[in-house]
Design a protein. Structure first.
Length: 330
């Protein structure tokens, strides 16, 4: 009976030899300095605008601008709801005298992961996961693979384990590169800075009764876990597409279209309540930690976790059912 270890090892070697992981790391190494530079320019512009490094002036100006726009008839109601929530959050941090975006390596990493979980990180995962099976068709190795004296479910299980490992590696490398690169500009401190979480949005109001402070290192761990889980769901769904569609290009195109459409839908589906059951609308799990307004009423962290879990479980089941019965002659 063949164990899974040599199969997983073989799959990991194949992924590394494709050099797509190297491409992903190079993309991260190229883009993160750009975002770091952009963040530095934002800090410089704020200094010019407010004439001080005091973050409170920026928060007060934000409250003033958003409050003024809420009273404008030209602003859509959806934007007004979002800005009402942002005003409450900004005022909360002012009252607690805590800068939610203190410029340091840890804060930059936290903000980058928060903004990257909806599209950037899923795209990186999709590049690795979308051809694990379909590439076997294009290279002609599928017949050799499936005619080996190994149960088919073990072959697919080895691919699943491999993509879980590489998903973890990509998310970890993203966080490490963010911290190491941004720390050169902003410094490597900020681990013990207090961050408030537990905000709950109820309609257009924010319930702060469950809010409590945690040190930023603990908050970053919680955020990292949510980002990892969203990336994992994208990975298993990409694996399913790779099993279902023999063309690597078609599979990658499908996943690309789905992920991009999810970003668009998140900003447009507030009145389409059934859209909250789509997995791509639920990828931004980190927004629930900060109290951001959900894209659709009724969504919260447990709901989004359940939706993503259901999609992930269905993708794994479908992948194993199809792969174990795959006709390799046609």
């Amino acid at each position: 009976m063949v164990s899974l270890y040599p199969l997983v090892k073989n799959e990991c070697i194949k992924i590394v030899k494709k050099k797509r992981l190297l491409v992903v790391l190079l993309i991260l190494a190229a883009l993160i300095p750009m975002f770091t530079f952009a963040q530095m320019k934002v800090a410089q512009n704020n200094l010019k605008q407010f004439g001080t490094k005091d973050w409170r002036a920026e928060q007060r100006q934000k409250i003033t601008d958003y409050t003024r726009s809420i009273g404008s008839a030209r602003v859509p109601e959806e934007w007004k709801q979002f800005r009402r929530v942002e005003v409450i959050l900004a005022q909360y941090y002012l009252d607690k005298d805590v800068n939610p975006a203190e410029p340091n390596g840890v804060t930059f990493t936290r903000e980058f992961l928060k903004n990257a979980v909806g599209l950037f990180i899923p795209l990186m995962i999709m590049v690795i996961a979308s051809d694990l099976v379909s590439s076997e068709h294009s290279t002609g190795t599928i017949k050799l693979l499936l005619t080996r004296p190994v149960e088919r479910w073990k072959i697919l299980m080895s691919k699943l384990i491999s993509i879980i490992l590489f998903t973890s590696l990509i998310v970890t490398c993203t966080a490490l590169l963010c911290y190491l690169i941004s720390g050169i500009v902003f410094g490597y401190g900020g681990w013990d800075m207090p961050i408030f979480f537990g905000f709950k949005v109820v309609g257009t109001e924010v319930d702060t009764s469950y809010v409590r402070p945690v040190e930023q290192w603990l908050y970053l761990i919680m955020e990292f876990g949510l980002v990892w889980y969203s990336a994992l769901i994208v990975a298993v769904m990409s694996l399913m597409v790779s099993v279902m569609i023999r063309s690597t290009a078609a599979g990658m195109g499908l996943m690309l279209a789905v992920l991009i459409s999810g970003t668009i839908l998140t900003n447009m589906v507030s009145s389409w309540e059934t859209a909250k059951y789509l997995f791509m609308v639920n990828l931004r799990l980190t927004d629930y930690l900060t109290g951001s307004l959900p894209p659709i009423k009724g969504m919260d962290l447990p709901f989004s976790l359940m939706v993503l879990t259901a999609w992930g479980a269905a993708s794994i089941i479908a992948s194993f059912v199809v792969f174990t019965k795959k006709d390799i002659l046609n």
